[in-house]
Write a protein that binds this ligand. Structure first.
Ligand SMILES: C[S@@+](CC[C@H](N)C(=O)[O-])C[C@H]1O[C@@H](n2cnc3c(N)ncnc32)[C@H](O)[C@@H]1O
Length: 224
């Protein structure tokens, strides 16, 4: 197996172990008191959704965004949740059933090779895309699948720029155990995401959140 394949296997194993308690433990992510819900709400807001919209939640995990999305798109809308890890999707399926949502479907796939449905209104990815080495390609594939005026929004963690050491550590403490912190910091995937958005979308906005430990990037597909 290639190095990339082994890294992906480790990632899946890590999330299989986390899946059962993810909804509780993720509240402490990346640190107790971190304004995660506020950041999620901002990310959903950046999609400028209307009732009836179709949204892809890329690397949806256990579906923590679903309720926030449902509130805006309503029963006429549609959510497609995509994730690599079977156990995370199993938790997402439980959430769907518990809430009686009939407009959410799940797909087990690698973001890097996912075939986006055509003409989606919006794509969201939260706390996940910097883990995908091909994140720039994912932005590009998604952008091509958006309908005219459709929106892409990515919320994720980053290493703060000019910051005290303790804050840098808060940011890097978030980096997942399956990937080396050094590799993530050196790869600086948030820069690739920003560049890909600027390349593929119009109206791109980039906002640093919580002392630069997270970012919200969003943009629109131009007229098709
Ligand atoms: C930290 S969790 C975030 C889950 C969810 N988006 C949230 O906000 O709670 C990261 C998720 O990304 C998924 N993931 C990582 N790499 C992926 C890939 N290449 N393709 C699809 N999903 C991936 C993992 O399986 C995991 O569920």
């Amino acid at each position: 197996m290639s190095q990339a394949g082994r890294t992906q296997e480790r990632l899946i194993e890590t999330y299989r172990k986390k899946a059962k308690h993810y909804d509780v433990t993720s509240r402490l992510y990346p640190a107790p008191g971190y304004p995660q819900l506020d950041q999620r709400l901002r990310a959903v807001g950046a999609l400028r959704l209307r009732p009836g919209a179709t949204v892809v939640d890329m690397a949806c995990g256990t579906g923590l965004n679903f309720r926030l999305l449902e509130k805006v798109i309503g029963p006429e809308g549609r959510i497609v949740g995509v994730d690599l890890t079977d156990a995370m999707l199993a938790r997402a399926q439980d959430r769907i059933e518990q809430n009686g949502w009939s407009n959410v479907s799940l797909v087990q796939a690698d973001a890097a090779s996912f075939d986006f449905p055509a003409e989606v209104d919006a794509i969201l990815s939260t706390y996940a895309l910097t883990q995908v080495p091909e994140c720039a390609d994912v932005i590009a594939h998604g952008a091509k699948a958006l309908s005219g005026g459709g929106r892409w929004a990515v919320l994720d963690l980053k290493v703060p720029g000019r910051t005290p050491q303790w804050l840098a550590q808060l940011g890097t403490a978030t980096v997942r155990p399956f990937a080396s912190i050094d590799e993530w910091m050196m790869r600086r995937p948030w820069e690739a995401i920003r560049a890909a958005m600027q390349e593929e979308l119009t109206d791109v906005s980039w906002t640093e959140l919580f002392f630069g430990t997270a970012f919200l990037a969003s943009g629109s597909r131009g007229p098709v």
